[in-house]
Design a protein around this ligand. Structure first.
Ligand SMILES: [Mn+2]
Length: 395
C-alpha cells in the first residue's frame, strides 16, 4: 500500500492495537435506512420535488440498493405502512423489489397519523388512535398494528416499531388517566400479536402533534411501558425528540443498564424535531452517544452489538441519497472517534477524581482525524474509499 501519512499519524497518536480494534468494530457497524428517506422530504409549506428523486415504492427500494452498494450500510430497509403498500399484491411487489435491490426488510413502522380512505380511521383520528375514546377507531388502530405484524411475517422482519402521535391540545380534552389506561390496554393487545422472537420498539417524543400532552412524551414513560408490556418491548431513542439540553447519552446508559435499549432513530436538530442530517449540527453529541455505547459494550451490556441503528430524517434540500450517504459518514466518524477512546485510561482518571486527565483522554480521540482509518475500513470491504465522493459522481 502507498504511504499513508494520515493513517501513520493516527498510529503514532493512538497506537496500532486500538486502531485495529476500532477497524474491526467499524467493519461490523451497519445502519438501517428508511424507505421514506429516499423520497423528497417536505415542510409544512411545501415539498419541492425536482423530478429526479424516486417517486414510487419500487424506485425508493432501488435507490436503497444503490445506497447499500456504495456504503455497505442499508442491508436492511425500514418500511412504513401504508406508505409502502396497502394490499397483499403491494407487499408481494415490495418483497420482489427488496430482493432485486439485494436488501432485506428492516423495522416495520406503523402509521397512526394518516386518515384512511375507508373504515373508521377518518377525521376523528384527530382525537387520537390507540388512546382514542372512540371504541371503533381505537380497535381499528390496534388492528393496523396487528396487520403490520402480518407484514413482518411476509417480509421476514422481526421488528415492529411504534411512534404514537397521540396527545391533546387542551387540559380538558382528555383525562390523562384515561389516556394512559387506553394506551396500556392497546399496547397489550398489539404485543399479544407478536411472535416469540419479535421485538417491539416504542418511540417517544416530547411534543407534536399534541401541544398540551403527549401520550409517550419521554424515555421514562417509554421505559415504563416496555416494562409493563413485555420482555421484548424496547425503547427507541429518536435523537430529535428531546427537550433542548437533554443529556441523551445518559438516557442511553440508563436504558442499556435496564436492558431495554432497542435502537436509535438518528437525526439532528437545531430547534425542535427538525429531522436534519445526523451529525450535521452537533457531531459532539453523536460522539458522546457512541461513547456510551462503546462503554456499554465493554461492560457486557451489548451497546454496539445488540442495538438497532436507524436513520429517521427528512431530506428537503439536498439530494436524498447523497444526504443519506453523508449521514452514515457522519455516524462512522462519531463511532470511530468513540472507539478510539482509551477506556482504561479514562476509568483510571475518573476513579482518581482527575477530570482534567479524563477529558484529555476523551479529547485525544475526539480531535483525531479518523478519515484515513475509515478509508481503510471501506477499502477492505471493497467499498469506495470515499462513498460520498463516489455517490456525487453517480447522483
Ligand atoms: Mn423517529
Amino acid at each position: 500500500m502507498a504511504a499513508d501519512r494520515g493513517y501513520d499519524l493516527l498510529v503514532d497518536q493512538l497506537g496500532p492495537a486500538r486502531l485495529d480494534a476500532a477497524a474491526a468494530a467499524l467493519a461490523k457497524f451497519c445502519v438501517e435506512v428508511p424507505s421514506w428517506g429516499f423520497g423528497r422530504g417536505g415542510t409544512r409549506f411545501g415539498t419541492y420535488r425536482t423530478g429526479k428523486e424516486p417517486a414510487t415504492v419500487a424506485e425508493r427500494i432501488a435507490a436503497a440498493g444503490r445506497f447499500h452498494a456504495l456504503t455497505g450500510h442499508g442491508a436492511t430497509v425500514a418500511l412504513h405502512f401504508p406508505w409502502d403498500g396497502t394490499t397483499d399484491a403491494d407487499i408481494d411487489a415490495l418483497a420482489a423489489a427488496l430482493a432485486k435491490a439485494g436488501v432485506k426488510a428492516g423495522a416495520i413502522n406503523t402509521n397512526w397519523f394518516s386518515m384512511r380512505e375507508t373504515g373508521p380511521i377518518d377525521a376523528r383520528l384527530r382525537f387520537g388512535s390507540l388512546t382514542s375514546p372512540l371504541d371503533d377507531l381505537r380497535a381499528a388502530s390496534v388492528q393496523h398494528a396487528v396487520d403490520c405484524v402480518g407484514i413482518c411475517r411476509k417480509l421476514g422482519s422481526n421488528v415492529l416499531s411504534l411512534w404514537l402521535p397521540d396527545g391533546t391540545n387542551s387540559p380538558g380534552q382528555m383525562s390523562l388517566f384515561d389516556q394512559a389506561e387506553r394506551l396500556e390496554e392497546s399496547l397489550g393487545l398489539i404485543y399479544d400479536a407478536l411472535d416469540d422472537d419479535d421485538l417491539l420498539f416504542i418511540e417517544y417524543k416530547l411534543f407534536e402533534p399534541g401541544f398540551y400532552s403527549t401520550a409517550i412524551a419521554d424515555w421514562g414513560r417509554a421505559l415504563q411501558l416496555c416494562q409493563t408490556t413485555g420482555r421484548r418491548a424496547k425503547v427507541l431513542v429518536d435523537t430529535g425528540h428531546h427537550a433542548h439540553g437533554t443529556n441523551i447519552e445518559q438516557i442511553v446508559a440508563l436504558c442499556l443498564r435496564a436492558k431495554r435499549l432497542g435502537g436509535f432513530h438518528f437525526n439532528d436538530r437545531k430547534y425542535a424535531d427538525d429531522d436534519l442530517a445526523a451529525g450535521s449540527i452537533d457531531p459532539a453529541q453523536l460522539f458522546r452517544i457512541f461513547l456510551a455505547l462503546v462503554e456499554a459494550e465493554r461492560r457486557g451490556l451489548g451497546g454496539l452489538s445488540k442495538t438497532a441503528f436507524l436513520i429517521d430524517q427528512s431530506h428537503c434540500i439536498k439530494d436524498p441519497l447523497l444526504e443519506l450517504v453523508e449521514t452514515v459518514g457522519n455516524l462512522e466518524v462519531a463511532l470511530a472517534r468513540a472507539l478510539l477512546v482509551d477506556l482504561a485510561a479514562l476509568k483510571a482518571a475518573q476513579d482518581t477524581c482527575d477530570p482534567t486527565a479524563a477529558d484529555a483522554v476523551i479529547n485525544a480521540a475526539w480531535l483525531a482525524d479518523v478519515r484515513p482509518l475509515l478509508k481503510r475500513v471501506h477499502t477492505a470491504r471493497n467499498l469506495p474509499a470515499d462513498p460520498l465522493a463516489a455517490a456525487v459522481g453517480k447522483a
